[in-house]
Design a protein around this ligand. Structure first.
Ligand code: ASP
Ligand code: CP
Length: 318
């Protein structure tokens, strides 16, 4: 059934400020779109642009699919061939977008919290454009987090008491940061595993670090993370990284797969490094939600964009 409790936000940059009710409403709305529910009737053309300063396959494609399904006009932007190469700042690029008539920017950027200056301009600055965060450095990845919540909800129908393990390069992963905080708040029991040098005591407030083989038979959800090599320029562990050794110690292989609970699921935000986090022949296995996560991403991103359209009263939405 259509959810009448719709979320309304001027920007969508983090999951940390969402209430549990808002998360539930977004999941309901995404499920409604997935089930073929009608998209809102927009009373004026709305323009959106996708600005990916870091590489992406699924987030970029999936935002664009969501935008087209909602009937928005997608304005192309390619950072590699833009005046960013002449030293233009992100703020100035956003000023251009606003000036030419773009209503919302979807941005991925390597700098943590790049959006602060865009959503709260300094004195004498007047930028006013909707920002949706498609991933900031090792900070937040709200759309990945919410599509993950939708996928868990679809399988288990609830979060309370679910045992979820987040495994891998936790320190450098924005997926881990977003998911640990929200899962904890939704009532899941969070556990962590992976190399101890990519774990930090600051995560103890959300869950408990354990050996992987202790977690395997007990977890409902195994959430695997890609090793974030691109964020390891100052990390001494990078030069000793051995993919085979990592797979043996922290990866899911056939033996560990067989030891999972019958109803357990494996999640991975992608891209997957085959035979590192997960055996290549398990990527499309029954328990692995990898493709389901990507499908759900389109519908969750529709719900997120709609929330910002409402929050900015665009297209006649309130
Ligand atoms: N694609 C996800 C991200 O951009 C996860 C990853 O790349 O490891 O954060
Ligand atoms: N999961 C994710 O964000 O994938 P991409 O980096 O390919 O967008």
């Amino acid at each position: 059934m259509e959810n009448l409790n719709l979320v309304s936000l001027p920007h969508f940059v983090s999951v940390e400020n969402l209430s549990v009710e808002e998360v539930e409403a977004l999941i309901n709305r995404a499920e409604y779109f997935k089930n073929g529910g009608a998209t809102p009737n927009l009373t004026e053309p709305i323009c959106i642009t996708n600005m990916f300063f870091e590489d992406s396959s699924r987030t970029h494609t999936s935002f664009e699919m969501a935008e087209r399904k909602l009937g928005l006009t997608v304005i192309p932007f390619d950072p590699a061939h833009s005046s960013v190469n002449k030293g233009e700042t992100l703020y100035d690029t956003s000023l251009i977008m606003e000036a030419v008539g773009v209503n919302i920017e979807v941005i991925r950027h390597s700098q943590n919290e790049y959006y602060q200056n865009l959503i709260r301009p300094q004195n004498h600055q007047h930028l006013d454009i909707g920002i949706i965060n498609a991933g900031d450095g090792s900070g937040q990845h709200p759309s990945q987090c919410l599509l993950d919540m939708m996928t868990i909800h679809e399988h288990f129908k609830q979060f309370k008491g679910l045992k979820v393990a987040i495994v891998g390069d936790i320190t450098n992963s924005r997926v881990a940061k977003s998911n640990m905080e929200l899962l904890h708040r939704l009532g899941a029991e969070v556990y962590f595993s992976g190399p101890e040098y990519w774990y930090s005591k600051e995560f103890d407030k959300y869950g408990k670090y354990e050996e992987l083989d202790k977690l395997i038979p007990e977890m409902d959800v195994m959430m695997l993370l890609r090793v974030q090599h691109e964020r390891h320029s100052d990390d001494p562990n990078e030069k000793n990284f051995d993919a085979k050794a990592y797979h043996e110690k922290y990866g899911i292989n056939k033996g560990r797969y067989k030891a999972l609970k019958p109803n357990a699921i494996i999640m991975h935000p992608g891209p997957i490094n085959h035979d590192v986090e997960l055996s290549a022949d398990l990527v499309e296995s029954d328990k692995c939600m990898f493709t389901r996560q990507m499908q759900n991403g389109v519908f969750m991103r529709m719900a997120m964009i709609e929330a910002v359209l409402r929050g900015r009263k665009l297209g006649g939405l309130k």
